[in-house]
Design a protein around this ligand. Structure first.
Ligand code: APR
Ligand code: PHB
Length: 390
């Protein structure tokens, strides 16, 4: 088999890239380890920046998003029992975020790609990438017991944090920068209408909590927990009680309902520099991870593949290597802005084991400043809705 761009991974990054390339008349094949059902049902984040929404519309993949996406123009920061609204749209010239589950983005992108004749291999085992130092890279994998070989010009490593592509970059030229946080998030999906109109980010002495949603009938909520916490210790009763305690304030009562899904995710910040080696380009979670407090993971992945699709199209058009040589630096500028924002939100809102009274006072002062100063609130708002793409 031959294609122009071999894409490893059918998450938001890989699928979006395949669409963008198709729009420029460039052929690609996507190779995914999991089944289609698994990928489309995996519950992940659900906050889309304005730029992500605009791009999905431009690509003609926004029918579900336009029907079911919920536009949000503000968020609430809750501390000391009082909620303070950050009017994001007012502070950013009308920009907003849209709530739409990542698995729905993946479902819509997959459907549209297959309908347009795109090729996606699901349940591909033993995916291996080679020859990226040459002009003839290849991706090999096994489907239905058959070994397949995909010859290509370019490999896009869109295979997430646990993928194989990042390890193809030689250790000597690769720099991994990382922070682990001393906590994780226990997330639930519950069949109950959201108790508030906007997302509530709650700072509490027992730990951070977040009230989000997926639809008018489905709530999504999170609790800060120990990263090694056993889910078995968290009965539904305990989860609801803890959420009610941490999110208590004067303007709402938390409504409870059946819990449909629960999981615990560790929190980390991670960047692999550079994001390219030869003909291999990393994009999305394969290259970087942000803690979910800023709701940025998917949006950052979309920015990477937008830059990559442009670079690939320029390379085919001009034959010059310049677009390839600048790919990593162009992506990393935004990656580090988003890393900082996500780290800052995480630091401001969580309870850090080991922090003393001095650090707790600093945290409180930061929260008071953000909700009290229009300049500080604008800093949060413009990063949250997404800074313009350069
Ligand atoms: N071969 C083929 N596919 C693989 C391999 C492999 N060896 N390893 C992983 N994959 C697949 C995964 O099954 C997954 O479907 O690559 C895909 C990567 O998708 P994501 O993890 O969703 O990463 P990405 O597309 O970069 O999207 C970033 O996802 O994790 C969230 O918070 C993150 O919202 C952000 C978004
Ligand atoms: C979510 O709805 O899953 C969500 C919302 C906001 C975040 C993280 C996750 O910061």
């Amino acid at each position: 088999m031959r294609t122009q761009v071999a894409i490893v991974g059918a998450g938001p990054a890989g699928l979006m890239l395949s669409h963008l390339l198709h729009r420029s008349g460039i052929d690609s094949v996507v190779v995914e380890r999991r089944s289609r059902e698994y990928v489309e049902q995996r519950v992940r984040a659900g906050v889309l920046e304005q730029g992500t929404v605009d791009l999905l519309r431009e690509l003609g993949v926004s029918e579900g998003l336009d029907r079911e996406g919920l536009v949000h123009r503000g968020i609430e920061l809750l501390f000391d029992g009082t909620a303070h609204r950050i009017p994001m749209s007012d502070l950013t010239g009308g920009r907003a975020i849209t709530i739409y589950g990542q698995q729905h983005v993946v479902r819509d992108l997959t459907e549209a790609r297959l309908a347009a004749g795109g090729q996606i291999y699901f349940e591909a085992d033993d995916v291996a990438v080679s020859g990226v130092d040459t002009a003839a890279p290849r991706v090999t994998f096994t489907v239905d017991g058959r070994r397949e070989e995909l010859l290509c010009d370019i490999v896009a490593g869109c295979d997430g944090f646990h993928g194989v592509c990042r390890d193809v970059l030689p250790g000597s030229g690769r720099h991994l920068l990382e922070r682990e946080y001393p906590f994780g998030w226990l997330g639930i999906l519950a069949a109950v209408p959201p108790s508030a109109d906007e997302l509530i980010y709650g700072h509490h002495e027992r730990g951070f909590a977040l009230a989000s949603l997926r639809s008018p009938t489905i709530s999504r909520l999170y609790l800060q927990v120990d990263p090694h916490e056993d889910l078995a210790n968290w009965s539904d009763r305990r989860i609801w009680d803890e959420l009610a305690t941490r999110l208590a304030h004067d303007r709402w009562t938390l409504a409870e309902g059946p819990i449909l899904e629960k999981s615990i995710t560790p929190m980390r910040s991670f960047v692999c520099e550079p994001m390219r080696h030869g003909r291999l380009f990393l994009a999305g979670d394969a290259a970087h991870i942000v803690p979910p407090t800023g709701a940025k993971g998917l949006n950052l992945a979309v920015h990477d593949v937008y830059v990559l699709a442009e670079a690939v199209a320029d390379w085919y058009r001009t034959g010059s290597d310049t677009p390839f040589d600048t790919y990593s630096a162009r992506c990393l500028r935004r990656v580090w802005r988003v890393q900082h924002f996500s780290w800052w939100m995480t630091s401001m809102l969580h309870r850090f084991p080991g922090h003393d009274a001095f650090e707790q006072r600093l945290q409180r002062s930061q929260l008071e400043y953000v909700v009290g100063s229009p300049a500080a609130a604008t800093t949060l708002a413009e990063n949250y809705v997404g800074l313009p793409w350069s």
